[in-house]
Design a protein around this ligand. Structure first.
Ligand code: ATP
Ligand code: MG
Length: 433
């Protein structure tokens, strides 16, 4: 039986360094193929930096053959081979999963390429390409699925998901990233996986969320699939009840660098209280710094959101309004806060903003950032400090701290009053009063 050969996929052209590694292994008698994500992405015409290789050589044989290697995961058969530019290429011995309990895999070497491909998660990831023979090994019609735009588990979907529940999340990520459909059996298996996802480690869940934020143009699709499948309720219950507009807002945030990934992560929690955002991000093993960053942004939206929405759409917010908002969120976070807020407003509009609305949204971000760095919004920005107040006769203690806060509130409303004389005078009257 002849199968249709996909026509719309690109031809493959692995980099010279990858070809050289393949050539050396093949000369030594070890069958070696390009596998996995790079083959998939190249066929779709998308660049991919890491060309993984699968080989019949054992890790020891690979290390003997190349001078400069890194033992990245010997127990799983993976050796990193450094090329002339010091770029590392992963070379992994053909392997088969002997035991998978949803957490730890025990692998066996000395198997064929076909065995190695059969253990992979989705048909589009189970493709191999031989750069010398210019030949594909495509046992599961991965190329047809790429062309048809389908995410399909290799073999029996329910079995594959049972072996490793992370595959359910990976499937959703690939489908949303490429704009593919999820084949019905695979989707059923993804849904059936939700109740067991609690066994996944927080690190792996966090990594999937981060990869989704980094790789997917429209994360709202992925997040709604997380919600629909039950994955969100199982893994991050507070987000299962998040308003859809928050996920839609993700699609309006850029995603090409680390800074933007953090903005997208903060958007996930935008509107949650500090307490909820902190406990959830800590449980997901975010660093303290990232957890604090995300939670402060989230909480500011939580407390100021309604007032900001009203001020924005009634008439333009005043400079004093914006000073109050950026004082709450903090100077360094003001830019991100404005971007996130605007993304949420855009998601709410449900239609392309007209040019007037468009310019107001852009202007809001500019004003917030300018004001945050130009105007006095923190105690440290005041023209006087606690020592000045002590010298003026105000005794140190809680009252002094309170006076400084009063001065700051005053200056946030009237930045022109941020002078020594004006503040000292005000401090004396507020003491008396
Ligand atoms: P990405 O662009 O996210 O890196 P990728 O396909 O390269 O996509 P990796 O996690 O780097 O994904 O894995 C490389 C390959 O290993 C995959 O293409 C797939 O064939 C296989 N693989 C990875 N994780 C799993 C898994 N959990 N179950 C089965 N096969 C997997
Ligand atoms: Mg990869």
């Amino acid at each position: 039986m002849t199968r249709a050969v996909p026509k719309n996929l690109r031809s493959l052209d692995p980099p010279a360094a990858v070809r050289e590694i393949v050539a050396r292994l093949e000369r030594a008698g070890y069958e070696t193929w390009c596998v996995g994500g790079a083959v998939r992405d190249a066929l779709l015409g998308q660049g991919h930096l890491d060309w993984d290789l699968a080989t019949a050589a054992t890790p020891q044989q690979v290390m003997k053959l190349f001078k400069r290697t890194v033992p990245v995961g010997i127990e799983f058969g993976t050796v990193g081979v450094l090329d002339a530019d010091n770029t590392m290429h992963e070379v992994t011995t053909f392997r088969r999963d002997v035991k998978t309990d949803g957490r730890h895999a025990v692998v066996e070497f000395g198997v064929s390429l076909d065995d190695d491909l059969a253990r992979r998660d989705f048909t589009i990831n189970a493709l191999a390409y031989h750069p010398q023979k210019e030949e594909f090994r495509d046992l599961f019609e991965g190329r047809l699925d790429l062309e048809r735009g389908i995410i399909r588990a290799v073999g029996v979907a329910a079995d594959r998901m049972r072996e490793d529940r992370l595959r359910a999340l990976r499937g959703i990520r690939f489908a949303s990233r490429f704009g593919f459909h999820i084949e019905p059996d695979s989707w059923r298996a993804i849904k059936a996986s939700a109740p067991y996802m609690g066994r996944l480690s927080a690190e792996r869940v966090k990594q999937e969320i981060e990869k989704t934020m980094e790789q997917v143009a429209k994360p709202s699709i992925a997040l709604e699939w997380w919600r629909e499948s039950g994955a969100l309720a199982a893994l991050i219950p507070v987000l299962a009840a998040a308003p859809a507009e928050r996920f839609e807002a993700l699609d309006f945030l850029k995603y090409d660098s680390d800074g933007h990934t953090l903005d997208r992560l903060a958007m996930l929690f935008f509107g949650e209280s500090e307490r909820t955002a902190t406990s959830t991000t800590k449980a997901l093993k975010f660093s303290n710094a990232h957890s604090a960053w995300i939670s402060k942004l989230a909480d500011t939206r939580h407390t100021l959101g309604a007032a900001m929405d009203a001020a924005m759409w009634a008439e333009n917010p005043t400079d004093a309004d914006i000073r109050r908002w950026v004082a709450t969120v903090g100077r360094t976070r003001a830019g991100s806060f404005a971007e996130l807020t605007v993304a949420l407003w855009r998601a709410r509009l449900k239609q392309e903003p007209n040019s007037d609305v468009e310019s107001r949204l852009g202007e809001f971000v500019t004003r917030a950032t300018t004001i945050a760095y130009r105007d006095p919004i923190e105690l440290a920005d005041l023209a006087i400090d606690g020592e000045d107040l002590s010298k003026a006769g105000i005794p140190p203690g809680p009252a002094l701290g309170k006076t400084l806060q009063t001065l700051l509130q005053h200056v946030i409303e009237n930045p022109n009053a941020n002078t020594r004389e004006a503040l000292l005078a005000l401090a004396m009257t507020s003491q008396i009063g």
